[in-house]
Design a protein around this ligand. Sequence first.
Ligand SMILES: [Zn+2]
Ligand SMILES: [Zn+2]
Length: 651
Amino acid sequence: MDAIQVTLPDGKIQEVPAGTTPADIARNISPRLADAALVARITQPNDGAGELIDLRQPLNHSVKLQILTEKDSDSLFVFRHSAAHLLAAAVMELYPNVKLGIGPPIDTGFFYEFLREEPFTLDDLAKIEKKMHELASQDLPNERKLMPKAEAIELYKETDQIFKCELVEEKAVDPMVSFYTTGKFIDFCRGPHIPSTKRIKAFKLMSVAGAYWKGQEGNPQLQRIYAACFFNQKDLDEYLHRLEEAKRRDHRKLGAELDLFSIEEQAGPGLIFWHAKGGLIRTIVEDWLRVELFKRGYDIVYTPHIMLRELWNTSGHTGFYKDNMFGPVEVEKAEYQLKPMNCPGHILIYKSRMRSYRDLPVRYAELGTVYRYERSGVLHGLMRVRGFTQDDAHIFCMPSQIETEVEACVDFAFAVMKNFGFDKYEVELSDWDAVHPENYAGKPEDWHRATAALADTMTRMKIPFKKIAGEAAFYGPKIDVKLIDAIGRSWQLTTVQFDFNLPARFGLQYVGEDGSRHQPLMVHRALLGSVERFFGILVEHYAGAFPLWLAPVQVEVCPVSEKVIDYAKHVTETLKRHNTRVHLDERNEKLPAKIRDAQMQKIPYMLVVGAKEADAGTVSVRHRSKGDLGPKPLAEFLATLQQEIESRATS
Ligand SMILES: [Zn+2]
Ligand SMILES: [Zn+2]
């Protein structure tokens, strides 16, 4: 037999007979590696990313080989795909008449689809989970087989697996079709898979959801069983804990409990009603922002909510953005459009007079309310809505000013995160697909200059970022800042987006130093993104326990009895006079009930006042998370309170 050369990641070369498997090589290296191995990656010369293959697949040519274990994140998808097969195998044992759909790995686990008349119940899921564990412990091999296409179709016809039949007919391009078996389950599947079932232990069947075959309405409806799945129990437990936490922090639930906002059926879906307490927090956020805007050289402008549709033809929105807009409104035979974006409004202000290079950069900011048609299925609390307010701004500048402007935007974005208590983030730079410049507006040199400006700025500011080619919108490159919240979820926040399209469409100009006319560069930027969404993120990040400076009620005064009401009122009035948001609980309730309710409302401080406090001029201080802090003179409490508010402490 011919010998082949297998190059390992450390550069060492093993000369082995053709037909040797990655499993053999792993064994040659060490028994530990052989035991931990899940899948292999082979790379041929000029084949960048390589290909994942089974450990049992014979190697017939010289290749570069990498043995993947749990340490390689790429193997997790393979692991989950094998777990999906295990689920199908268990279901086939328990309910032999089900028809199989597809079963891919997903971000946190996998799903598999089944056609079955009766719905899967929670009891069924428990039974299936048990069967999966049973099969897993039998250490069933995941075996790959090749079969002629005609034979494969015949096999599925015999067993009446109509969907699988359809898949083989559509997808199999080679005359030989690859199959994997796990016990009695056989699947038309490209693989690869982990060698056997024994390692699949850390999973949990989470839910069942209806899904049309191939996602197309009108097709038969299958039941999708979703599962969470990880390499080990610790990762699974952490994930389940995060889910619980997310549920506890859900802004829709807290929004109602804390009386922050609502969505009213009578008004329509996706439209937010800010209640007094939510409105108060919003005002604080917006006031902070306005002060910063002026400090950083922005002009604040206001533009109409509805404008002639013709304007949106000029901007191009009626073309590329049509599906996201509300329909036109007719008034006196003219068509108007509810604005989905603020950009054309700001452009009209820019165009209202001739600009000179001395006027630039022009920075227009607006807390601009926009309306977008989001499908009812995707609406979600404050996060996906139909009407929202962007903290939008548009910067018109000269090419020589790009770097300074980008840096100022990024600096502003970080000031926002710091101010509101976020310290973890990810930054992404979306670039064009350089192979297809014809798909983009703007000249190649504009793209190069803008992308370089974005990247250089990040490097200069020592901000790590990920560059993603081909992710940019057709009109320009952008930077996205995603913040990571208290439970590790990432949220898209700031966008700094170049635009090579609108300045050309609107014929924007400025008179340069040379006396001739030039086209300015335009940058769209939003820091919070949408005020609604940002508020939703704040609610979830803090689980409703807002930092003192943002808390709608900062102090709750809890008199022990009716007898000390005068002193309680004195305390309340004193705090109010010093600009504290304070509330007096005058209800005829026992003290523990008052404290419990204030605690439920996540009010930072509770002041208990009784006869002793009234005599001494003190208050007994209780903090929502630190508990009882003991009696303090009122003046002293007030001083520390004001200090904490001013410092904008986030705990
Ligand atoms: Zn498969
Ligand atoms: Zn814009």
